[in-house]
Write a protein that binds this ligand. Structure first.
Ligand code: MN
Length: 428
């Protein structure tokens, strides 16, 4: 089935601002609470949210095989489990309904009232019941920077890095949507030159600029997913801020890897942009530095050109953009990550989430964490309000944005915006 929703000539009868991330060619999926306190699956064009549950009840999807309640859910898991053919058919249909040439809904005031919402009338929710969450470490620049800082600049990459998309199993219970504040975590850290750890608030709270992809049911226990089929099982992507406490991380991570430094919160943008919508923005990505084992070898354009930026907004001050990066820098692609994840037969389910790992570019202003941007605090960043930052301060808001642009069409992810609050105080 062709992706007719991506037609660049298509215009919507709904208003779309020139620099909107959400023209009719995007049509992401999300879950929101309506002004009537009803939870529904929806999409978005410009600054209008569209209730897909209501559209379905009114018969606008009658020619597509869907269960009656597929959009009347508090998560996208069942819809995602229906598979790529269904996602594509639904996205194509939505594009038709909102096409300038199509009058059926455009001229039906009653139906429009039931289906359309202003953004200030809705509340975005976590779009998924995330069963499992895996985080990779797939940017060669990030891995090189971290290796140079903490080990040896001459042997920054560990011997396995160019052969394996390195990853670890994260925790899904603390994944939250944009807008939910996060408390500074407490924990054990080892002060410089000390022999014994101390307990207290983390002094080095950091963001990690990442993207995450969402999977559908992909395989049975024991069954690997071949690298060239992997994209069939990827529904879409979100922006992902993988909050990290560097001082806790440094003390705890040997030998089993990240634990409490990483699982206190991870924030995602609420609209999932489909892989179908990103198709026009495909690019080659980096060439392998070393020959890869056969199950990881991938032909064709395996990456996507997604501009990314991170801003820090102090309390009562203007934001400062501290990093500009791009998803295309990822050394290991999503397909390679998924092929590797399942090569041992590990089953992947609908609603699983896979983080890319921190996405750093080659230049100093394109690094994806404060750890790298300030080189472990040695080079503080100057902010627009005159203050400086080594890491994230209490009441700072970290904002990540991402968009693709080509031939006059821009589609984006909106933002993931999260304020850091002081340590949790039960008395307050
Ligand atoms: Mn991470």
């Amino acid at each position: 089935m062709p992706i007719t929703a991506n037609n660049p000539d298509r215009k919507s009868w709904l208003h779309v601002d020139k620099n909107s991330d959400f023209p009719i060619q995007n049509l992401p999926f999300g879950v929101f609470l309506t002004r009537d306190d009803i939870i529904t699956i929806g999409t978005r064009i410009g600054d209008t949210a569209i209730d897909l549950g209501a559209l379905h009840q009114l018969g606008y999807f009658n020619d597509i095989p869907l269960t009656d309640d597929i959009f009347l859910q508090d998560s996208l898991n069942d819809f995602i489990a229906d598979g790529r053919k269904t996602w594509r058919a639904v996205r194509n249909r939505i594009a038709d309904i909102f096409d300038n040439e199509n009058d059926s809904l455009k001229n039906n005031v009653k139906h429009k009232e039931a289906v359309l919402f202003r953004l200030d009338e809705i509340e975005m929710q976590l779009p998924l019941q995330i069963g499992d969450y895996t985080d990779f470490y797939s940017s060669i620049e990030h891995a090189t920077n971290v290796g140079s800082m903490f080990r040896d600049p001459d042997n920054a990459l560990l011997p396995n890095w160019l052969h394996i998309p390195v990853g670890y199993h994260g925790r899904s219970s603390s994944i939250i949507p944009s807008g939910i504040p996060v408390h500074r975590p407490q924990g054990q850290t080892l002060p410089k030159k000390a022999k014994n750890p101390v307990f207290g608030p983390s002094q080095l709270v950091d963001f990690e600029l990442e993207m995450a992809f969402i999977t559908t049911d992909a395989n049975d226990l024991g069954e690997p997913i071949p690298v060239e089929e992997a994209e069939e099982y990827i529904f879409g992507l979100v922006l992902f801020n993988d909050w990290s406490a560097r001082d806790i991380q440094k003390w705890e991570y040997v030998p089993l890897g990240p634990f409490l430094a990483k699982n206190f919160a991870s924030s995602i943008s609420p609209w999932i942009v489909t892989l179908d919508a990103l198709e026009p923005y495909r690019v080659s990505g980096p060439k392998p530095v070393k020959k890869q084992l056969e199950y990881l070898q991938q032909k064709g354009k395996k990456s996507f050109d997604i501009n990314l930026e991170v801003a820090i907004r102090p309390k009562k001050a203007k934001e400062t953009i501290v990093s500009r990066s791009n998803f295309k820098h990822m050394y290991w692609s999503m397909s390679q990550q998924l092929a590797h994840h399942t090569i041992n037969g590990c089953p992947i389910n609908s609603g699983d989430m896979m983080g890319s790992g921190t996405i750093s570019g080659k230049t100093q202003n394109s690094f994806g964490s404060m750890l790298e941007l300030t080189w472990n605090g040695e080079k503080p960043i100057k902010m627009a309000d005159g203050s400086t930052r080594k890491f994230i301060n209490d009441y700072d808001t970290v904002i990540m944005r991402g968009f693709c642009e080509k031939d006059g069409i821009r589609i984006g992810f909106g933002e993931v915006s999260t304020q850091l609050l002081p340590v949790f105080d039960a008395k307050k």
